[in-house]
Ligand binder design. Structure first.
Ligand code: PGA
Length: 248
């Protein structure tokens, strides 16, 4: 059975002192060999700090984004090759905040996934519908369109990516999708993957959107939920540790 993956997304939070306390708190509370995979997606300026803090530990490093380009005149961006130098193992791509505030299209998200894969970084591709899209009955069409864009990244097997279903209306709102609502969409994504690849079962499908210590176990018990992408609750060691424990 594939291991679950619990990934924290710190977003634009933290600082040298806070990061130090958070990572040390996590390491102190973790079993030496946890039975799920664990990652933290930290702001780019702190990659080196968190790389040093997590070296040799079960916590893998993730970036919150990656450039769609390999190098050159792209002010403000970080290339996959640069991230790789800091032992970045996963890169979030197409988070709804990137799609919404930075106008990232499905095509750009696919390019980002391609850049990450080329450097051996696992993209965590985020998909999810807005409240308006859900209420107008377009949830399936939206997530399928977003996933379709990354399904055929040339030369790579779909099992090399991780997909995170994050309904936009559940992010940072305290309004979680019910386990049934989440499972329903995960089943749609799994079927779409299965139609494209014999390895669909190997793809980890994470749920994200107000996952917390109280609701994690029920969400993670769903047949097609293989982990979580956790925002707010990943900033508190005790909460993040409870979510990790729920994924064992
Ligand atoms: P949240 O964020 O857990 O704070 O809702 C999840 C995410 O945006 O990845």
């Amino acid at each position: 059975m594939k291991k679950k993956l619990i990934a924290g997304n710190w977003k634009m939070n933290g600082g040298l002192a806070a990061n130090d306390g958070l990572v040390r708190g996590l390491l102190a509370g973790l079993a030496s060999a946890p039975s799920c995979d664990i990652a933290v997606a930290v702001p780019a300026p702190y990659l080196a700090q968190v790389q040093a803090l997590t070296a040799g530990s079960p916590i893998a490093l993730a970036s919150q984004d990656v450039s769609a380009h390999a190098s050159g005149a792209y002010t403000g961006e970080s290339a996959a090759g640069m991230l790789k130098e800091f032992d970045v193992r996963y890169a979030l791509v197409g988070h709804s905040e990137r799609r919404q505030y930075h106008g990232e299209s499905d095509a750009v998200v696919a390019e980002k996934a391609r850049q990450a894969l080329a450097l051996g970084i696992t993209p965590i591709v985020c998909v999810g519908e807005t409240l308006q899209e859900r209420e107008s009955g377009h949830t399936e069409a939206v997530v399928k369109r977003q996933l379709a864009a990354v399904i055929h990244v040339n030369g790579h097997c779909i099992s090399e990516i991780v997909v995170a279903y994050e309904p936009v209306w559940a992010i940072g709102t305290g309004r979680t999708a019910s386990p049934e609502q989440a499972q329903q969409v995960h089943a749609v994504l799994r079927a779409q993957l299965a139609a494209a690849s014999a390895h669909a079962d190997r793809v980890r499908l994470l749920y994200g959107g107000s996952m917390n210590a109280a609701n994690a176990a029920e969400l993670l018990a769903q047949p097609d939920i293989d982990g979580g992408l956790v925002g707010g609750a990943s900033l508190k060691p005790e909460d993040f540790l409870k979510i990790i424990a729920a994924a064992q």
